[in-house]
Design a protein around this ligand. Structure first.
Ligand code: BGC
Length: 299
């Protein structure tokens, strides 16, 4: 059987050379290449460890210069910056507590002064302060909401201000900017003993969707990644021993833990023009954790 190239076209689709229909975007997505994010400086919060570190390195591998935000452990942040420079990209480490308005604003000012602008902001910094609900202190509640939700609000607000100021630079990207919120499967899955964390991630989901609706006309894309169990310091207890790992696998139909690079690759796609028509969505990267694995037999 011979395979001839398919030269048929979609009925109604414009042929090459047709005039651009009214209202069509003048800026079209750029074709994929290994450096899809070249010329698009990125800022990643909580980039000194775990998912943030992997996202920062993945964006750099895809061509981006990167601001590596951290709040503790400057040495780890410098190490990530060193790895980014070894990839031939520029890196800036920047200490800021994302729950503090003045620190976030100073960080964005420094980022823009250093790299000229930002095209990609990944609101990743997050933490857990777990407790049974009747024992949860207000301080545990406020710390988690402050970093995981207010921190994402503050960083997204600074991102929107910078993206709107610059507008679309079609030589760089079809969008004026891309915001990626780091959510969790717990934007959807309730989590006993972690009410503060699940509430923060449910909040992130509606923050992301409301913001996406609001700034889409500015050609700013806003999405979330919702990771499942990823091998990072935040959940060491869930994967470190064979017994814990076996328990965890009962919740993961794909039968492996996620690796930070699984999230890094998703972030590159959401930041690139390959996903140019994607906004307001949560991309679940969870090995099927949200597929109600308890129902895989019975029900
Ligand atoms: C949490 C992890 C947990 C995972 C799956 C993440 O958002 O931070 O501790 O292992 O969700 O439950």
């Amino acid at each position: 059987m011979s395979h001839s190239p398919d030269t048929s076209s979609t009925p109604g689709a414009p042929a090459p050379g047709d005039p651009v229909p009214p209202g069509a975007s003048p800026a079209q997505p750029r074709p994929a290449s290994s450096a899809v994010l070249k010329g698009q400086p990125a800022l990643v919060t909580g980039a000194n460890s775990g998912i943030g570190r992997a996202v920062a390195l993945s964006l750099a591998r895809a061509g981006a210069d990167v601001v590596v935000n951290y709040v503790t452990d400057p040495d780890a942040a410098e190490q990530v910056a060193g790895e980014i420079r070894n990839l031939g990209r520029r890196a800036l480490t920047c200490r800021a507590d994302v729950s503090k308005e003045d620190e976030v604003e100073a960080m964005f000012a420094q980022a823009v002064e250093t790299f000229g602008t930002l095209h990609i902001v990944v609101c990743n910094a997050g933490l857990q302060r777990d407790a049974p609900f009747h024992e949860m202190s207000l301080s545990q509640w406020n710390t988690v909401i402050g970093v995981n939700l207010t921190g994402q609000f503050l960083c997204a607000r600074s991102a929107v201000r910078e993206f709107a100021r610059r507008g679309v630079d079609e030589h760089v990207s079809a969008a004026a900017g891309k915001i990626i919120h780091m959510s969790s499967v717990h934007e959807m899955i309730p989590w006993a003993g972690h009410a503060n964390y699940a509430a923060s991630k449910g909040g992130v989901m509606m923050l992301m969707r409301s913001l996406a609706q609001e700034v889409a006309p500015l050609r700013i894309r806003v999405n979330a990644i919702a990771p499942g169990a990823i091998r990072t310091p935040i959940n060491t207890a869930a994967w470190q021993t064979p017994e814990a790992y076996a328990e965890l696998m009962k919740l993961v139909p794909y039968k492996r833990i996620g690796e930070p690079d699984d999230i890094g690759r998703a972030a590159v796609w959401l930041a690139s023009d390959a996903s140019d028509y994607v906004t307001g969505t949560s991309l679940f990267v969870d090995g099927g954790m949200t597929l109600f694995p308890g129902f895989s037999s019975g029900g």
